[in-house]
Ligand binder design. Structure first.
Ligand SMILES: N[C@@H](CCC(=O)N[C@@H](CS)C(=O)NCC(=O)O)C(=O)O
Length: 219
């Protein structure tokens, strides 16, 4: 049975990274659109798939999995020999991927979310923005990116010289900084971070996804 992805067609957050892995690994899938406006993600039927009532979820021949990073790991592992290799094979290289993935979840993601909530998020809802809080959050992310600059000065990607799921996880929220006019990811102050990020957002699979939205390959 074809893999089903329960999501909306918007390339953002968790569904964005799952869609990117599906594209990079050329995995056929059916998109099951979840109408979040109609609260379809909170129905008793949907909650049997995702008890927290969120997207994305996958159904792989009856195997239900939620949490986007877990889904990405599962797909990268299951389709290891197909499309872009997103996970190295040796134990130590894997450990380095997990190290970079933990840094993303513990350090990078919360810092980006803080900025987005106070700037882009509030602007969208027409609420007053606390600029001091935005500046404080930007300083917090800058400190993390200073460390990324050192790491990326020694290697091409966050877990070594190959693109891995640890890099993929950064697409969940960071692209929205530039959309909100915040160019911190490509700042001249951190040439290695800028080189890495420009390369990531230019990957053909990502460019196509952003242009077309999430589309199943099988109806
Ligand atoms: N940690 C989850 C977050 C998923 C998430 O925040 N999904 C949003 C849409 S982008 C959602 O379903 N929000 C509805 C809700 O939380 O009620 C993941 O990475 O899969």
């Amino acid at each position: 049975m074809v893999l089903k992805l329960y999501a909306t067609s918007t390339v953002s957050s968790g569904k964005g990274i799952v869609a990117l892995v599906l594209a990079e690994k050329q995995i056929p899938f059916q998109l099951v659109l979840v109408d979040m406006g109609a609260k379809e993600h909170k129905t008793p039927e949907y909650l049997t798939k995702h008890p927290f009532g969120q997207v994305p979820v996958i159904d792989d021949d009856g195997f239900i999995l939620y949490e986007s990073r877990a889904i990405c790991r599962y797909l990268a592992e299951k389709y290891a020999d197909q499309g872009t290799a997103l996970l190295p094979k040796s134990l130590k290289e894997r450990a380095l991927v997990e190290q970079a993935a933990s840094v993303e979840l513990a350090n990078f993601f919360p810092a980006v979310m803080k900025i987005l909530k106070e700037s882009v998020g509030k602007a969208r809802r027409g609420l007053p923005i606390d600029q001091a809080l935005v500046d404080e959050s930007l300083a917090e992310l800058s400190a993390k990116l200073d460390v990324y600059e050192v790491i990326l000065g020694k290697q091409k990607y966050l877990a070594g010289d190959d693109f891995t799921i640890a890099d993929v996880f950064h697409y969940a929220v960071a692209p929205f900084l530039a959309e909100g006019g915040i160019d911190i990811m490509t700042s001249k102050e951190r040439p290695n971070v800028a080189r890495w990020w420009n390369e990531l957002i230019s990957r053909p699979a990502w460019v196509k996804l952003r242009a077309e939205g999430i589309k199943g390959t099988i109806n």
